[in-house]
Design a protein around this ligand. Structure first.
Ligand code: HEC
Length: 700
């Protein structure tokens, strides 16, 4: 035997210790803590008796500011995460010192909400799998260098398995992939309108970047579920999406992959996809090796509200009917928790198909019933009455009149008049997802914000023809979010484009239209000339109206009769929610019994608390972490605080102000005998200041 020497000899030792650390629960080896996505750690050095002594251990400044939704992973003393502009990095997890940073110069403008990365190792070298724009990258975990043998020089296209029709369509990924052996299953974010790519589930070979199996969430004529759509929906000309953007969970022992899907596009009018629309809004159980469908449960039939399943399902064990059952729990935007036997897909608490109202829109047909679980009771309010108008609003009468004039109620279809959507577009539950204990208690944070929505007739071809090319394109593609006057909705995260020329270079605006950014989709199919016309319009160039006979741009006249009027929160004259508190909540639910254990408002507005108003809760983004130390850690709130609760009672044990809002799920891990809790602080959501750091806490 040849004796091993020097650095090389260290590698097997390091790998062995990495395996050992994982076994002992010291790492946070995968997104949300592990394949079960249960946000749970067995560490207990920080516990209910000493959490009050937590101090900042280190703070890492990335230097680029903005929203960061990343849940970093920690493997053998290294922390891997992403910055606000999708730069991927490795840190020394004990000190916060940067080890390497990666960005692709070809792709600098493309950044999305990166919720994390995936680590894979074959026992010799580790890889970090991550996405930037529409590419899946494989990086060397030690150096951050692209792996030449993976895909095209280190990256593979996320469009690969979506069919010929979708090769040019916009596809990115906001949530890390899920591993099974050499297969990596990738979530995707696609458009939400008539030009959306199909949200097929794709497996990639993690060694080569080549495409493995593909599961079609919009079935072909020969696939199961085809009959639940309009005949031609599968061709992906007017209908798309039904994607999984929220991430997946996996039972590796059984080889079952759990995939939550979102709604079909266009979001708010389904006349080209009449029927139940399988496998949109489903929890799918797929054979991880082959992609074959094992079972499915649809949580909303024929979605007309963009009620995507917003978080990975959680794998857990519960005591049910006198025996232990391996189960899977799915949280939703509506505030329901669905609980199924993980193997058979049978609901553990009966699900009732209840009738709901029909649609008033031409060509639309609501599905007559929707599934409602008998237990647990919803973790967010679902209906509003006059009594729910905020007691703190200064314009209560106006709000009351607004509520009375609108349609309300669960699964109330949108029409040309206002409808109150409650819980709102961001839930109920959101992408933060719930934590779950080994004893079957689920902890879920929720928004309680009502939104107001309506549709109007789509612009007519004759009217569009009178407009200048840039204005026409703006009216077709941008007006829904940025508004007819281009004022956007800054409080809702949609910037004003008025005077954009003073803030942004033309070339950057041009690129942004193609790549999209965070909540803005990319418009990859517009021609160069059209993007120039569009940007010219935004920058105030003189543009004659096209008039009849002028050459036509590539902007497609809507093939659907309605246009969505935009995303509006139902707020009072001072910008607070128009409804009574709680405006954000944290609920513990015992999934053995289906009963709530406790429920508290999450977060506060300090100026209201100072007036003697009990904490109202705030909107919140990012999930909790539960630990064997009896704690529940969560940031997420608009007030920018990081909190630790007693997970048995919901009692607040510790809180600290973060440098910027922590709109992300924390991670906890141990290095060198010390337990850390780390959270990304990018701020920027809910109109809060931007940050650029990750902050780690530990006992002194
Ligand atoms: C689904 C909603 C949505 C649509 C549709 C949309 N945008 Fe946006 N847009 C956004 C959001 C959200 C941002 C902020 C992105 C971020 O977080 O950086 C944004 C940012 C921008 C910015 C940068 C503004 C700044 O101050 O830096 C420009 C320019 C822009 N959009 C132009 C367009 C154009 C042109 C179109 C139509 C082709 C369009 N947008 C369509 C939501 C949208």
């Amino acid at each position: 035997m040849i004796p091993k020497t020097g650095a090389l000899a260290l590698i097997p030792l390091l790998l062995a210790s990495a395996r050992e650390a994982r076994a002992a629960g010291r790492d946070w080896p995968e997104y949300l803590g592990g394949p079960e996505r249960n946000h749970y750690s067995t560490l207990d050095q920080i516990n209910t008796s000493n959490v009050g002594k937590l101090k900042v251990a280190w703070e890492f400044h990335s230097g680029d500011f903005g929203q960061v939704q990343c849940n970093p992973i920690i493997i053998g003393g290294a922390l891997y995460g992403a910055t606000a502009t999708s730069q991927i990095f490795a840190l020394d997890a004990a000190t916060g010192r940067q080890l390497w940073r990666f960005s692709d110069p070809r792709n600098l403008n493309a950044y999305d909400n990166d919720r994390g990365v995936t680590y894979w190792s074959d026992g010799r070298g580790g890889r970090i799998l991550c996405t930037i724009g529409s590419w899946l990258y494989a990086l060397d975990a030690r150096t951050g260098a692209m792996i030449p043998g993976f895909g095209d020089g280190g990256r593979a296209s996320l469009n690969a398995g979506l069919g010929a029709q979708a090769q040019e369509k916009w596809v990115v990924s906001t949530t890390p992939g899920t591993l099974f052996g050499d297969l990596l299953f990738m979530p995707t974010r696609v458009g939400e309108d008539q030009d959306a790519a199909p949200g097929y589930i794709q497996a990639f070979n993690v060694r080569t970047g080549t495409l493995g199996w593909v599961f079609r969430t919009m079935p072909y004529p020969t696939d199961p579920g085809y009959e639940t759509w309009s005949r031609d929906a599968y061709k992906n000309t007017d209908v798309g999406s039904a994607n999984c953007w929220a991430g997946m969970a996996i039972d590796r022992r059984r080889g079952i992959l759990y995939v939550p899907t979102g709604s079909a596009a266009p979001d708010f009018w389904g006349g080209h996809r009449l029927g139940q629309d399988l496998f949109a809004d489903c929890l799918l159980a797929l054979d991880a090796a082959t992609g074959k469908l094992l079972w499915y449960r649809q949580t909303i039939h024929h979605d007309m509200w963009d009620r995507d399943l917003p978080a990975p399902p959680v794998l857990l064990a519960v005591r049910h009917g006198g025996r232990m059952v391996d189960a899977v729990a799915q949280t939703t935007k509506t505030g329901f928790v669905f609980l199924f036997d993980r193997v058979t897909g049978e609901p553990l608490f009966p699900i009732e198909e209840r009738p709901f109202p029909g649609s008033s829109l031409d060509g639309e047909q609501a599905w007559p019933t929707q599934p409602v679980p008998s237990k647990p009771k919803p973790y967010a309010r679902q209906t509003l009455t006059d009594a729910d108008i905020s007691p703190y609003a200064e314009n209560r009468d106006a709000l009351l009149a607004q509520l009375r004039a609108a349609r309300t109620g669960l699964f109330q279809p949108f029409g040309k008049d206002d409808t109150v959507l409650f819980p709102g577009f961001d839930g109920g539950g959101e992408w933060g997802g719930p934590a779950v204990d080994p004893d079957g208690i689920l902890y879920v944070n929720a928004n309680e914000m009502a939104w107001i929505a309506s549709l109007s007739d789509a612009p007519k071809e004759a009217d569009l023809a009178q407009m200048s090319p840039g204005r026409r394109l703006y009216t077709l593609y941008c007006v829904t979010c940025h508004g007819p006057g281009r004022a956007g909705l800054p409080a809702g995260g949609i910037p004003s484009l008025v005077g954009i020329g003073a803030r942004l270079a033309r070339a950057d605006a041009f690129n942004l239209v193609t790549t999209g950014r965070r909540m803005m989709p990319g418009f990859t199919t517009l021609s160069k000339a059209d993007k120039e016309a569009l940007v010219g319009y935004l920058f105030g160039d003189e543009q004659p109206a096209a008039g009849p006979g002028a050459p036509r741009d590539s902007g497609e006249v809507p093939r659907i009769p309605y246009r969505f009027n935009g995303y509006n929160r139902f707020v009072d004259s001072r910008g607070y929610p128009a409804i009574s508190p709680p405006w954000g909540s944290l609920t513990a639910i015992d999934l053995n019994t289906g009963e709530h254990v406790w429920r508290i408002p999450l977060g506060e507005f300090k100026e209201l608390t100072a007036r003697g108003i009990p904490p109202t809760g705030t909107e919140n983004y990012g999930g909790p972490v539960a630990t064997a130390g009896g704690l529940l850690f969560i940031a997420a709130t608009k007030d920018g605080m990081f909190r630790a609760f007693d997970k048995r009672t919901g009692g607040l044990l510790w809180q600290v102000a973060l440098p910027a809002g922590g709109f992300a799920t924390p991670s906890t891990y141990e290095v060198g005998g010390r337990q850390f809790v780390v959270v990304a602080c990018g701020g920027a959501k809910l109109d809060t200041p931007k940050g650029d750091s990750y902050v780690a806490f530990a006992l002194p």
